[in-house]
Design a protein. Sequence first.
Length: 287
Amino acid sequence: MYPLRALCLLCAVIPVNAFDEFRFASYYGDHMVLQKAPERAVLWGYASDGSKVFVILEGQQGNKKQAAYVQNGMWRLTLDPVNAGGPYNVTAVQQGPAHAQVTLTDVLFGDVWLCGGQSNMAFTLSQVFNASEELSLAPKFPQVRIFMAALEMSDQALTDLPRVEVPWSVPSAELLGGKEFTYFSAVCWLFGRNLYETLGYPVGLVESCWGGTPVEAWSSPRALQKCSLEEQEDNSNYTRPLLGVVWSNSVLWNAMIHPLLNMTIQGAIWYQGESSQWGLLWVEPWL
Ligand SMILES: *[C@@H]1O[C@H](CO)[C@@H](O)[C@H](O)[C@H]1NC(C)=O
Ligand SMILES: *[C@@H]1O[C@H](CO)[C@@H](O)[C@H](O)[C@H]1NC(C)=O
Ligand SMILES: *[C@@H]1O[C@H](CO)[C@@H](O)[C@H](O)[C@H]1NC(C)=O
Ligand SMILES: *[C@@H]1O[C@H](CO)[C@@H](O)[C@H](O)[C@H]1NC(C)=O
C-alpha cells in the first residue's frame, strides 16, 4: 500500500507537461498533405531541450534524412523541396537518453489550401441540394485529403491549435457529410476536388471557419490597426454579441489562424459574408 500511495502523491505534484512529450504539432498526422516543390514544407513539434532531432522521409525513391532545430521545447525544420506525389512515411526521431520516435504514414505532397470564413464556408456538403450524389463521389478522390480545426477562441496568439475537429483523413461520404454547419465545408471540398481534377496531383484542405462570426474576430491586431479599427476597440471595447457569444477583436485569429502560420500552404480562400454587414448595422446607432 505505502509505496503505491507515495507514487500517487508524486503523480499529483508533477504536472503532465513536465514530461516533455516528443511529438508533432497538432496539425501533422497520418494521411496529411504537405506542400510540394518549389515550396519547402515546414515540420515542427515538441521535444526536450538539448536533444537532437532529425526527420526521415521514406518513400519509393529512397530515404532522406534532415536535422531539426530544437529550442524552447519545440523542434522545427524546413524540408528540402519534394515533388508532388507519395505516399511517404515521415519519421521524427529524438536522439539521446530520451530516445523517442513518431511516424506519420501515408503522407502525400501536393498543394495545401486553407479554407476560412464564416457560415458561407462552414455550410456543409450534406446541405447542398444534390448532397447524396456529391457525397457518393467521395471515394473517387482519395488524393484530396481533409483536415479541420476545432472552434476555439483565445485572447493570446497561440502557437498550436488548441483542438482538432477532424484530423487529416482520406475522404469518405461519412466524413464529408457531417451535421449542418459542422464538417465538411461544401465550398472547400468542391474547390479542392476541382483543383485535383485540373492539376492531377494531391490536394490538402484545411478548414478553419465558424458561422456567424465578424471579420474583426478573424483579423490580426496589425490588420485591424491598418484598417483603423483597433482604435475603435480602445475607445469602446468593441465586441459583437451573437447567439450569446461575444466576439472580441482577434480572438479567432489568435486560436484558429495564427497557429497555422507555420504550416506551408499554397494559398487560402476566404468566404466571409453577412456577419460583418450585420455588424455594421448593429454599431450604426452608436456611430
Ligand atoms: C510506411 O510504413 C508502413 C508500416 O510500417 C509500411 O507498411 C509502408 O510500406 C511504409 N511506406 C513507405 C512508403 O515506406
Ligand atoms: C450537383 O448539382 C450541380 C448544380 O446543378 C451540378 O453542377 C453537379 O454536377 C451536381 N453533382 C452531381 C454529383 O450530380
Ligand atoms: C513558428 O515557428 C517559429 C520557430 O519555431 C516560432 O518562433 C514561431 O513562434 C512560430 N510561429 C507561430 C505562429 O506559431
Ligand atoms: C473588454 O471586454 C473583454 C471581454 O468582455 C474584457 O475581458 C476586457 O477586460 C475588456 N477590456 C477593457 C479595456 O474594458
